[in-house]
Write a protein that binds this ligand. Structure first.
Ligand code: TRP
Ligand code: ZN
Length: 486
């Protein structure tokens, strides 16, 4: 774990430095804010894991991505063995998925888009399967009992490519000029492995990825070594803490590798496209101190490994907080590094139960950028808030409530990021620095390796502060349009 500076209230240093890129945030709990807890619980249960018939279900009930994930089982572990040739763009895969049935199952679904499945076994017996869009429907020879642990092996191959999201962006397996940039938020995990593709179902992962010698395959968690034979190198990785499928990566390229142990014992593995090396060196050097600073604010860093993958991937055009080791489409600036690092607590260790709650990821990571500036000689969070509040009522910033983006097409828009961060700033000024930090730390520790909802965050904030915060949250995350006062 990283050593940290002494914790304390947010002592606010001086000014200077321009406001950050505007971003947004999102909603969800607003609704919950005004409702009695029992009603909220009922609603959550109703929206929850699809009532499982004996056939599982084709989604977990996410309103924005109805086919994402599947009902009827929970995955504990994915063991993924992959081979990729950047020249032919051919992928060969074998996924061994250990799961437990939550209902009696005569069949169940996995999510997989494209690629050709050559065989499936369940508990070592050949299983029948069919494809139906992104649903891979598996019929085991023998029905699975409720509560039974079972092991599914899927062998597959093909030429993976990205999926196009409702907002037009690409995610999943994105080929580059020297390999592939692999980033699966929100949907793309299913473009390269069969998955229960929703953050509700987190699991541990092992990866063995084989690429032509000279290329490097970089994944999540801890590096477990590499072996070269017959002109190919296999890289092994292990993510032992639970991870949502969208946070998995297997990014391949020609990379400069740097490994070291940071003060406090954290193992860092960086892989950098040589063309981005000069531009990223100064920022990457700060990774240990950024994680240490975030640990003082948010609590212990939640994972065993750390690092960065700096690729050159103009086709992607964004970075992603892939677990323990974010992937960057180019040399990141410092605020992007701070943002993706903050996601390790908010979004990765504490996961969403529905994409509608995306502000719990993006609003928090954005507010971490504001705090970083404030405490490192940049402008205060108040100044950043004020600059945003000055946006005209017609601005996209006010287009929808952060906690209710309305559809998957808006989950990465400005209200989710920037207005989400504004809501946290309002919370901070309402409860005071000490209580605010206690709320953030308690959120990270109470939900570590698990999930959190907007309603739970509001309840925690009220409990920790002893204040009624319904109105504040309603105004800042639950209402569309520019609030009448800052
Ligand atoms: N979650 C990423 C971040 O804020 C952003 C992201 C992931 C994204 N997928 C995207 C942005 C698709 C736009 C489109 O760090
Ligand atoms: Zn983010």
């Amino acid at each position: 774990m990283i050593t940290t500076e002494p914790r304390g209230a947010l002592v606010t240093p001086p000014l200077q430095q321009p406001a950050r890129r505007p971003t947004p945030r999102r909603r969800g709990a607003v609704v919950a804010a005004g409702l009695p807890a029992a009603v909220v619980a009922l609603l959550a249960a109703a929206a929850g894991p699809a009532a499982a018939a004996t056939t599982g279900s084709s989604g977990v009930g996410d309103p924005y991505f109805p086919l994402a994930g599947n009902g009827g089982y929970n995955v504990h572990h994915y063991d993924l063995t992959l081979g990729y040739d950047p020249k032919t763009r051919h992928l060969e895969g074998r996924a061994v998925i250990t799961a437990r049935a939550t209902e009696r199952l005569t069949r169940f679904d996995l999510d997989l888009k494209g690629l050709k499945v050559t065989s499936i076994t369940v508990n070592h017996a050949k299983a029948a399967f069919r494809r139906d869009g992104q649903e891979l429907v598996v019929s085991p020879r023998k029905a699975l009992r409720k509560g039974q642990e079972f092991r599914t092996t899927v062998t597959y191959a093909g030429t993976p490519g990205p999926v196009t999201d409702p907002d037009g962006s690409l995610d999943g397996w994105i080929p580059t000029d020297d390999g592939a940039f692999v980033a699966g938020e929100p949907q793309g995990a299913m473009t390269w492995f069969p998955a229960n593709n929703h953050p509700k179902d987190k699991a541990s992962y092992d990866f063995a990825i084989t690429v032509p010698a000279g290329r490097t395959a970089v994944s999540n968690g801890v590096f477990r070594g590499q072996k070269t034979a017959k002109g190919r190198t296999t890289f092994r990785w292990r993510q032992s803490e639970p991870m949502a499928a969208y946070l998995a990566t297997a990014t391949v390229g020609t990379f400069k590798v740097e490994q070291y142990t940071a003060p406090g014992g954290l193992k860092v593995f960086n892989a950098v496209d040589p063309r981005e090396a000069a531009a990223s060196a100064a920022v990457l050097k700060k990774l240990p101190s950024v994680l240490a600073w975030e640990s003082t604010l948010f609590g212990p860093y939640p994972f065993k490994g750390a690092g960065a993958i700096v690729d050159r991937a103009p086709q992607a055009g964004y970075a992603l907080e892939t677990q323990a080791r974010p992937v960057y489409d180019r040399a990141p600036d410092l605020s992007t590094l701070v943002h993706e690092s903050a996601h390790q607590w908010f979004g990765n260790s504490v996961s969403l139960t529905t994409w509608k709650d995306i502000w719990l990821n993006e609003g928090f990571a954005t507010y971490a950028e504001w705090l970083y500036d404030e405490q490192h000689g940049g402008q205060s969070a108040q100044k950043t808030f004020d600059a945003l509040y000055a946006s005209p009522a017609s601005s996209d910033l006010w287009a929808f409530p952060p906690a209710d983006p309305g559809s998957g097409a808006h989950i990465f828009d400005a209200p989710v990021y920037s207005r989400g961060a504004m809501a946290l700033h309002k919370l901070r000024t309402a409860v005071g620095d000490r209580t605010f930090l206690r709320i953030l730390r308690t959120w990270a520790s109470d939900h570590r390796d698990g999930h959190g909802t907007t309603a739970q965050f509001i309840r925690l904030s009220e409990r920790q502060s002893g204040k009624d915060l319904d109105q504040l949250f309603h105004t800042w995350i639950g209402t569309k349009g520019k609030p009448s006062k800052p």
